[in-house]
Design a protein around this ligand. Structure first.
Ligand SMILES: NC(=O)c1ccc[n+]([C@@H]2O[C@H](COP(=O)([O-])OP(=O)(O)OC[C@H]3O[C@@H](n4cnc5c(N)ncnc54)[C@H](O)[C@@H]3O)[C@@H](O)[C@H]2O)c1
Length: 349
């Protein structure tokens, strides 16, 4: 769809806790012209937090029909992403969808096919790989060689968040354990090591029965490159806050790195095999603003120029959902090894 006006006109779908945050990055690069949320209190809260008084809709169809938008940003619960993205594509709109792209791979492919048919762009927001300390570990491959192994422990205390009280706690609405915690690190691991060949996962006994999926999960990944990774997540670990968890340790061909995540800073240590001591780089800014602005700015550029190569597309979103769905399936089956692609019959060749 060609854009005739100077700035991209965007409709924001989902004005809950993340919607108002993301509005900052939309307005940096585009015109935010309408919002949609079935919850009037959420829409009021959005207006209060952002100071924006915009046309409001309680259903995405209303916004798509009446708001004259070029693109939508989807910040609604994961299980709603597919229906909204497909409806938007059918109206010729470009789609920026928050992670997780959807709750299962077949839904992701439906979104891809709908946007492909409409010739509209589809990007999934996966900011972690763009945050400077995490991007630095990707860049360190130039200095330290290929990645051979990664381990990341994402144990944290989920009680300050609404996960156990809202749609997040239901697998059919959120997608399960890794969609709540792990999605960011899974995408970053793919940025480090490439595509995943197989997945195995084991669930620990349940601590918090409000979740209808395992609240502690250990996952093992094998990549096509031969690299291996382990990712452990727990939502019931009081000693650490979310921001303090997940800092990985990386074995490179010619050295190693470890990231120590803290509330207000991230400390990166890295060392070559032939060095006696580690280099130390401190990141005082955890880099969230930079990452969100980069991904949405790239989306806008990509819409303007279909040949532009953005930092993310739908591929990262789909492959990330694939790894997570495979891990949940493996855990359901008591730790079976699941080979990817998960749905070979759906792949576009
Ligand atoms: N990239 C990130 O770091 C990041 C951070 C937080 C959330 N997110 C993503 O943003 C999305 C929303 O998360 P949240 O924490 O804001 O959830 P939330 O529950 O706080 O907000 C979701 C909002 O969507 C609304 N909603 C429900 N069904 C809808 C529908 N069919 N159409 C339009 N709106 C609908 C709800 O009323 C609610 O206001 C999720 O996909 C989440 O993974 C991404």
């Amino acid at each position: 769809m060609a854009i005739s006006h100077e700035k991209l006109r965007v409709g924001l779908i989902g004005t809950g806790s993340f919607g108002p945050n993301f509005a900052t990055y939309i307005t940096e690069h585009a015109d935010l012209v309408a919002v949609c949320d079935p919850n009037p209190a959420g829409r009021d809260e959005f207006a209060k937090q952002t100071g924006l008084r915009l046309p409001e809709f309680d259903h995405h169809e209303g916004l798509l029909e009446a708001a004259d938008v070029d693109a939508v940003v989807i910040c609604s619960p994961n299980a709603t992403h597919k229906e909204i993205a497909v409806a938007a594509a059918e109206q010729g709109k470009h789609v920026f969808c928050e992670k997780a792209m959807a709750t299962c791979v077949p839904d992701c492919w439906e979104m891809v096919r709908a946007c492909d048919k409409a010739n509209t762009r589809l990007m999934v927001g996966h900011k972690r790989r763009l945050r400077p300390p995490w991007a630095r570990m990707i860049e360190l491959r130039k200095e330290l060689g290929d990645v051979l192994a990664i381990t990341s422990c994402g144990y944290f205390d989920s009680r300050p968040y609404p996960f156990a009280e809202s749609w997040w706690r239901f697998r059919d609405k959120s997608g399960g354990t890794l969609m709540v915690s792990g999605v960011h690190v899974v995408d970053w691991m793919r940025a480090m090591c490439g595509d995943v060949a197989s997945v195995r996962a084991l669930a620990a006994p349940q601590a918090d029965r409000r979740y209808d999926f395992p609240d502690t999960l250990h996952v093992a990944l094998e990549f096509n490159s031969g690299a291996v990774a382990s990712l452990s997540v727990s939502l019931v670990y009081p000693p650490l806050k979310f921001r303090e968890s997940g800092g990985p340790q990386v074995v490179y061909q010619d050295g190693g790195a470890r990231l120590v995540a803290q509330m207000e800073q991230l400390d990166l240590y890295w060392q070559r095999q032939d060095e006696a001591e580690s280099h130390f780089e401190q990141f005082d800014d955890i880099g969230i603003d930079h990452a969100f602005s980069q991904e949405f700015g790239d989306f806008v550029r990509w819409v303007a120029d279909a040949d532009y190569e953005p930092c993310l597309t739908w591929r990262e979103g789909l492959r990330c959902v694939e790894v997570m769905e495979a891990a949940h399936r493996s855990a359901d089956e008591g730790g079976s090894i699941i080979r990817l692609p998960l749905y070979p019959e759906l792949e576009i060749t």
